[in-house]
Write a protein that binds this ligand. Sequence first.
Ligand code: ADP
Ligand code: MG
Length: 411
Amino acid sequence: MASLTLNSLTKVFEDGKEQVVAVDDISISIEDGEFLVVVGPSGCGKSTTLRMVAGLESITSGDITLRDRVINDVKPQNRDIAMVFQSYALYPHMSVQENIAFGLEESTTFDNEKIQARVEETANLLDIPELLDRTPRDLSGGQRQRVALGRAIVRDPEVFLMDEPLSNLDAKLRAQMRTELQRLQEELEVTTMYVTHDQTEAMTMGDRIAILNAGELQQVATPLECYHEPANQFVAGFLGEPSMNFFEMTFEQDRLVGDLFEYSLPTEIAANMSLGREVVLGIRPEAVELVSEKARPTDFDTRVDVVEPMGNENIVYLSFPDVSTATAPLVATVSGMHRLTQDQPVAARLPADAIHIFDQTTGRALHTRTLSDEVQLGAPPVWPECLRYQERLCRLRDSPSDNNWTATRCV
Ligand code: ADP
Ligand code: MG
């Protein structure tokens, strides 16, 4: 059963004479106990969506239902929804104990003993029992965020809404809190909508991701589906760092023709394409292979423009000979175990099974990769045959234990 449903949700702000469509006809069903991450660039309507669900912003049109009950006109305090913000919004003069208890005192008729028990239980869950007598001033950023979470958790709500709750933390703490929040949410089994602009949070935390752009929903799917089977060019370009490579090309006969190169298409892809169709060829940097010399029709002579050594991998910016462009048009991420030097000639292979094709006008995906359920653990091919091998440690999302990490080749 869907626990929370947004049905054609729309928000138009009147900004002076102008109308701003902040949220444009969004429909999403969030399952009971699901962790849905809403992600998109700044200003795409994430906070407005969440605020409408919380009841802090009026709805221009559409419905929000919580367990089959339309809650459009229900007051925020009667929605059984708890929200956590980026700014912790703790009461500075109250102790941690009082801050956590405050929500309960407001929303329940519990006696002091019961409130005390619930606060202690929450503090234990968050591993902060020793902080209960302190005031927010005496806490670190991470501890404050835990207290803010505690205030939401203690109410045992039907839904958690979180708006960039980790943005004020430093990178290391953010990574730690990411895992911790996931663990908590799994343990509490509370339906959660989590807003972020950070694609790492989206990829690692969500059961599913909802990607927004300019108020419009682009795709709702599991993280790996969004990454490998993006619905459109926006999603493909938004997820992944460095970004997917894109080349504007035209379909002619059995190949794509562009300014930089021509690309022969496998017959099964070409069969679905009409002559003269303007498309965008996409390939992720980690799917580009570098080989010592051209051996296949999908190999191209390139030259190393810039190398960014990250340690585990090299990010390689490649240019095509005889074509001058302001920035290197092709980016590849390859194993960090190889020295590459500027101006070194290399052949770049764009494997046919790794390409994406988008419509140039609408951005809609015409062809994507297909996710596999297979778990492969092969030995990496080595230079000179192939520079690239990316073995990633992926947490198998359906594995029951947090510590159960399994190596899978997922790209
Ligand atoms: P996000 O959280 O994704 O960064 P927001 O939901 O805050 O985006 O904002 C979406 C759009 O709505 C932006 O263009 C923003 O300027 C506009 N907006 C948000 N709140 C208001 C408001 N109170 N009045 C007018 N425009 C607003
Ligand atoms: Mg926001």
